[in-house]
Ligand binder design. Sequence first.
Ligand SMILES: NC(=O)c1ccc[n+]([C@@H]2O[C@H](COP(=O)([O-])OP(=O)(O)OC[C@H]3O[C@@H](n4cnc5c(N)ncnc54)[C@H](O)[C@@H]3O)[C@@H](O)[C@H]2O)c1
Length: 250
Amino acid sequence: MRLEGKIAVVTGAGKDSRGIGHGIAVALAREGADVAIASHTLANALRVADAVQEMGRRALAIEIDVSQAESVEAGIAEVIEAFGRIDILVNNAGITRDALLVRMREEDWDAVLDVNLKGAFLCSRAVAKAMMKQRSGCIVNITSIMGLTGNAGQANYASAKAGLIGLTKSLARELGSRNIRVNAVAPGWIDTAMTDSLPESVRESILKQIPLGRLGTAEDVAGAVVFLCSDEASYITGQVLTVDGGLVMI
Ligand SMILES: NC(=O)c1ccc[n+]([C@@H]2O[C@H](COP(=O)([O-])OP(=O)(O)OC[C@H]3O[C@@H](n4cnc5c(N)ncnc54)[C@H](O)[C@@H]3O)[C@@H](O)[C@H]2O)c1
């Protein structure tokens, strides 16, 4: 097991077991980590915590709003109280509020930036203190290929996800001397509740553009996260690992 004895925090749990947060939490547990699941919706976090416990690991479900500093500080304090340390943070919580620019409401812009970008800043700041004391740690930010390419109708989401890449690289530079690695995973089209609303015609045209010919799964994303958290990635920091079936090649 590659993460034996590690304590992980994963934000955002998803509506069902196809959620990327669910996949990541279970994959970290399978590799030996104890996992705290911090999500807006406690019922979802509890469901993921059950799945982690079924793998024989300790789990903690916390209700947290990643966009609110007080909520984040209290949630991270709860994890440290329960487990004594934090080795891994996965900033996975995210939302979309799609609209074309001229129809995009200011609150849609703010909400998406607050959860996807400010949320990762607040959670990273909260765990960094513990990780700096430990002189080790690993942060993985779940960005998106939309942060690399942009997407019509997603100016808010693409901006937040591009910002997350800047945050990743800045923190990697800032925290490297304390042996804290910071990387990002950029999923492409993943089959989750977030993509359920895609019209069939759009889904078909997307599939035609993906060299591997299928949507990804939460497990596909989780595999990349586990790798980045493992010792196999001990000399990797400040990188963006794209998990998209070959859709975007840079
Ligand atoms: N599904 C995809 O195709 C895809 C592609 C690229 C990137 N992503 C990213 O992967 C991550 C997970 O996506 P998913 O598809 O599993 O989505 P999802 O909607 O199933 O899960 C997102 C989770 O974030 C939580 N969340 C939302 N606002 C929150 C807040 N303020 N505080 C705490 N938690 C909050 C939700 O409760 C939910 O549990 C997101 O960051 C998303 O942007 C998804």
